[in-house]
Design a protein. Structure first.
Length: 583
């Protein structure tokens, strides 16, 4: 199976890639060996039973039944049942442990990937890799692979026993098996291709549904239901069409398989009855031969499913390895640094999300300790991108950001972000309780008194106390039960609780009414003390007292200085201020 790598080169996905993926996991291989051993013993019992049945039939008469052979058969049946049950359970337990380890590895890796990955890939598609593709691998390991091994052993030894018992009947059967295989192989390949198409279409649909349902309010506010219905119907129809073709192939395959099996059985039975009538074959041998026939036909029938599952697993392996091959953003070997009382400097920063479309060009600024610098300018100028670079969501195309004399790219990422408080204009709130959101990402645990203090500093304590369950109030998905201003104040309270060394405020008071904005601004003034503070704001009241204001236009700094200096030297800044004063 081939696929295009990220560099556009074609790579062949082999079974060795699948095993390489498994070797990266912490697997309990002893469980697999134990389960497979039990299954092999069960297969051995299946090989012995026809011979015992032959003896039972040949030695039993109308007036004398061979109870000894019957007891042995019953004992073997019980052993087969017990060991088969234990083997099946252990193998399935092993399969669940494999998918658990694989999902943990993939989930941890997804969390460590840079923001650029999530810019390019839908969340639903990634979740499909995490859930569906790992499930395909589990099915292969826990079910299909053991069945293939035991089936192959049964097939091999059954053929040997059959040739020893009666080479003429075995030869007849041996001519039938290749015919069945020749029929199954091309059909199996077709089903494998359909399976991969179905997986891909389902993942695409999953990603689209996740995205659209997360923004269902926008859909309804824009009267977009009809458009989304038609778009969804097209994707569902695509999955349906693939599923119909898959069902058609399966519908053709099943009767063919049944007909071939019945024809093989009928032919061998007829030939066996002739041999019994001639006296060259005993009745017991014919019964045993027919039982061995099932030991041959059943594995052959399952082989097509096994090879189809391998193709699906290789497709899943490809998609999982593509994600695992992406380099994580964290570097655990980097040193840790205390950011307190250090100067933050940007030197000639340039950055673009897409090649040839620069967002920032040669941006430089300096933020000294205990000072406030503000970024102003038209929307889309690149101000929020500067904050994203400071957070190290992205790496600059050129230039660097320094903390004193140290490049921030050389600092341990977790240590760096733990000292930054970031309040954006779109407050990120998770489902859960208010308490969950306040303590999210904080090291250790905080007392209720500390949490209430953080809420009070953000002027959020009053509305929280108005809820019957207060901090234990469930706020719904993305905080839907809260107003925009309430969510913003919770985000600010969380920033207080982090006690950051660097504070970044991206339109932090944008969702507040005038009274709340005044109160929160007073709280932010307190929070800014003894911290390096960077502010993005359009409102004059937020930036007028900043130590330095950088005016950003089209990704470039077109002026910087205090409010009074810019009023004299920067006409566009002055116009912005005058327009707000008129408003």
């Amino acid at each position: 199976m081939a696929f295009k790598s990220r560099k556009g080169k074609t790579k062949q996905v082999k079974l060795s890639d699948f095993f390489h993926l498994l070797n990266q996991l912490d697997l309990k291989k002893s469980l697999f060996v134990m389960g497979l051993t039990f299954s092999l013993v069960t297969s051995a019992a299946n090989l012995v039973l026809p011979l015992l049945t032959r003896d039972l039939v040949d030695t039993s008469k109308w007036d004398k039944f061979n109870y000894h052979s019957m007891v042995i058969i019953i004992v073997i049946f019980v052993v087969q049942l017990v060991l088969g049950t234990l083997g099946g359970y252990i193998l399935r337990y092993f399969g669940e442990s494999v998918v658990k380890s694989l999902r943990e590895k993939l989930w941890n890796h997804l969390l460590s990937l840079p923001i650029s990955y999530f810019d390019e890939n839908k969340a639903g598609e990634s979740s499909s890799r995490l859930v569906n593709d790992t499930g395909v691998i589990k099915d292969l390991i826990a079910s299909q692979f053991p069945n293939f091994i035991t089936g192959a052993i049964q097939l091999f030894f059954s053929l040997i026993i059959l040739f020893v018992m009666d080479w003429q009947m075995a030869l007849l059967m041996f001519t039938i098996v290749p015919i069945v295989v020749l029929v199954l192989l091309p059909v199996g390949r077709i089903m494998a291709r359909l399976g991969r198409k179905l997986q891909s279409a389902t993942a695409e649909f999953n990603g689209d549904v996740s995205e659209k349902l997360s923004e269902v309010r926008l859909i309804k506010a824009s009267n977009g239901e009809n458009f989304e219905q038609k778009h969804g119907q097209r994707m569902i129809q695509k999955i349906f069409n693939i599923g119909v073709v898959d069902a058609r192939v399966e519908a053709i395959l099943q009767p063919i398989m049944t007909t071939l099996m019945m024809a093989a059985f009928a032919g061998i039975l007829a030939f066996g009855l002739i041999r019994v009538g001639q006296g060259s074959l005993s009745s017991g041998s014919l019964v045993a031969f027919l039982l061995y026939l099932f030991n041959v036909i059943a594995p052959v029938a399952n082989f097509a499913t096994f090879f189809s599952q391998i193709q699906k697993a290789l497709g899943s392996t490809e998609r999982i390895q593509t994600i695992l091959a992406i380099k994580p953003e964290k570097d655990k070997t980097s040193p840790k640094t205390d950011l307190a009382n250090k100067t933050l400097t940007a030197e000639n920063l340039s950055f673009s999300y897409e090649p040839g479309e620069p967002v920032l060009e040669s941006v430089s600024f300096t933020s000294k300790p205990n000072s406030v610098i503000a970024f102003a300018g038209p929307s889309g100028g690149g101000k929020s991108t500067i904050f994203a670079l400071i957070e190290r969501f992205y790496q600059p195309d050129s230039g660097k950001i320094m903390i004193d004399e140290q490049n921030i790219a050389e600092i341990d990422l977790e240590n760096w972000r733990s000292q930054i408080g970031y309040v954006s204009q779109n407050s990120a709130i998770f489902s859960g309780t208010i308490r969950d959101n306040l303590t999210y990402g904080l090291p250790g645990s905080l007392s209720d008194a500390e949490l209430w203090r953080g809420l009070a500093l953000a002027y959020a304590d009053k509305f929280v106390k108005d809820f019957p369950k207060q901090m234990d109030t469930e706020i719904g998905e993305r905080g839907i039960k809260l107003s925009g201003g309430q969510k913003q104040r919770l985000a600010i309270a969380r920033a207080f609780l982090r006690d950051p060394k660097i504070l970044m405020l991206d339109e932090a008071t944008a969702s507040l009414d005038s009274e709340s904005e005044s109160k929160v601004q007073q709280a932010l003034d307190k929070l800014m003390v003894n911290r390096t503070t960077l502010v993005i704001a359009h409102r004059l009241a937020t930036i007028v007292n900043a130590d330095q204001i950088y005016f950003i236009e089209h990704g470039q700094v077109t002026g910087h200085g205090t409010h009074h200096e810019l009023m004299k030297t920067h006409p566009l800044y002055a116009r912005y201020v005058n327009e707000q004063m008129v408003d």
